[in-house]
Design a protein around this ligand. Structure first.
Ligand code: ATP
Ligand code: MG
Length: 426
């Protein structure tokens, strides 16, 4: 029987992988420009890291983790997100003893046992950044600015930045009480999830996707109503800096990120046209997290963006990327001697950085020309016994449809010159 890939996973095959390469290049580029450095952490971690770092009250930890015992009876979890791992690595490698803030980014697969649907997979990819060790509101805006820049450079349109402040544990306690009082006589109408949030993490009721709950909380007190003076000042400054860098934003007092450790700034970027899973990025400040997993008190802020969803927006908006894998040269050969000389020539062209292919299927000349067309080769070099004997080679320009003979010995130099000339376009 045919074995298929597991539910919720995808193969990224040629034809699509080019888009991933492009995205990844843009990520490395924008991060470099903003002074962020890449960090790579394991794809699996001790389960406890996520229990503590993501939080027991979240959907991720409650429902979505791929957790198993390894052969040594350790509880292992495939990482469902990147922040907890980055913070663990920050503590474990004592990055706090180096120049602060630590400005880190990551890129890679995440795993969540989800109900799969368009834009929601079990293995998906996130690009995220984390700034550890700086609590200035300017940092919050640098993080949002990097994200915004990245998305603009990709050419995405119709994006919205939603932003909120969820306060600190002190103001959240006040909010929790107010919310509880507000919900006192409405409790029975809450969904089972929200009922359990009522005692464990009441703020998250604001974010419930259940229609009945949403109706109930329309006029509920929000965290913005109860910010303490220091959180309020931070919140005002974030808005000020956002305006300074011309980022349009929408204040959404019901935006409460799923993770327990968020404090103060929370934000999301939403896209239109990709269906119900419209959040392409979520982020916020998590000043309590590093300490929670055993490190020194350290402010932190970051975001995670879903690459599948970004690619879905690009596809929806018909944003094309240039195909940089088109061959420069295809060497067409006829006969064994020519095959050997052609093979040598192909090697020399590749040394010059020119994408060069040759026939590996024993095709005739017609078949080879067809192949050259399919791989988008700009030039075909035709070499048979006759050309070899005369010490020449035929260069066919596939774009112009023209061909000429040149001295075999000058081939590499000739092609290099053609390709480097300003008119050259593949
Ligand atoms: P959602 O509300 O869509 O479940 P989330 O709050 O669980 O999102 P985060 O944990 O903040 O999402 O992850 C950040 C980003 O990663 C999301 O905005 C989304 O783009 C992407 N993402 C999250 N879960 C998935 C998934 N299962 N499949 C594909 N992308 C995902
Ligand atoms: Mg989710």
């Amino acid at each position: 029987m045919l074995i298929k890939r597991p539910k919720g996973t995808q193969d990224i095959i040629p034809g699509t992988i080019e888009k991933w390469h492009y995205l990844e290049e843009q990520i490395h580029k924008v991060c470099r420009e903003y002074g962020y450095q890449e960090i790579r952490t394991p794809v699996f971690e001790a389960t406890e890291l996520f229990q503590r770092g993501v939080g027991e009250t979240t959907d991720i930890v409650n429902k979505e983790m791929y957790t198993f015992l390894d052969k040594g009876q350790r509880s292992i979890t495939l990482r469902p997100e990147g922040t907890a791992s980055v913070c663990r690595a920050y503590v474990e490698n004592k990055l706090y003893a180096q120049t602060l803030p630590a400005k880190l980014y990551y890129l890679g697969p995440m795993f969540r046992y989800e109900n799969t649907q368009a834009g929601r997979y079990r293995q998906f990819h996130q690009f995220g950044i984390e700034v550890l060790g700086a609590d200035d509101p300017l940092v919050d805006v640098e993080v949002i600015n990097l994200l915004w820049d990245f998305l603009q450079r990709l050419g995405l349109r119709g994006l919205q930045v939603h932003i909120n402040s969820v306060g600190c544990p002190q103001c959240r306690a006040v909010h929790g009480e107010k919310l509880l009082a507000f919900l006192m006589d409405k409790k029975d109408k809450l969904c089972p999830d929200c009922l359990s949030r009522l005692t464990r993490n009441p703020m998250r009721i604001l974010d419930c996707k259940n229609k009945d709950c949403q109706a109930l909380i329309t006029n509920a007190p929000t965290t913005l109503d109860t910010l303490c003076p220091s959180c309020r000042q931070h919140w005002e400054k974030v808005q000020h800096y956002l305006k300074l860098v011309n980022i349009d934003f929408m204040i959404n007092p019901k935006l409460v990120r799923g993770l327990d450790y968020y404090q103060k700034t929370a934000f999301e970027v939403m896209a239109e046209g990709i269906g119900a899973q419209s959040a392409i990025c979520g982020g916020g400040r998590y000043d309590g997290l590093v300490e929670e997993i055993g490190g020194p008190p350290t402010p932190g802020i970051g975001f995670a963006a879903g690459l599948e969803r970004i690619l879905a927006v690009m596809q929806n908006q018909k944003i094309e990327i240039e195909d940089r894998n088109k061959a420069g040269v295809m060497v067409a050969i006829l006969g064994d001697k020519a095959r050997q000389e052609g093979f040598r020539l192909a090697g020399q062209l590749r040394q010059k950085g020119i994408i060069t292919l040759m026939d590996l299927m024993g095709r005739g000349l017609k078949g080879q020309l067809k192949y050259a067309d399919r791989v988008g080769a700009r030039y075909v070099l035709i070499l048979g016994e006759e050309e070899l004997a005369k010490g020449i080679i035929i260069v066919r320009d596939m774009k112009i449809g023209d061909q000429q003979e040149i001295a075999l010995a000058n081939t590499v130099e000739f092609i290099e010159k053609q390709i480097n000339s300003s008119e050259f376009e593949i």
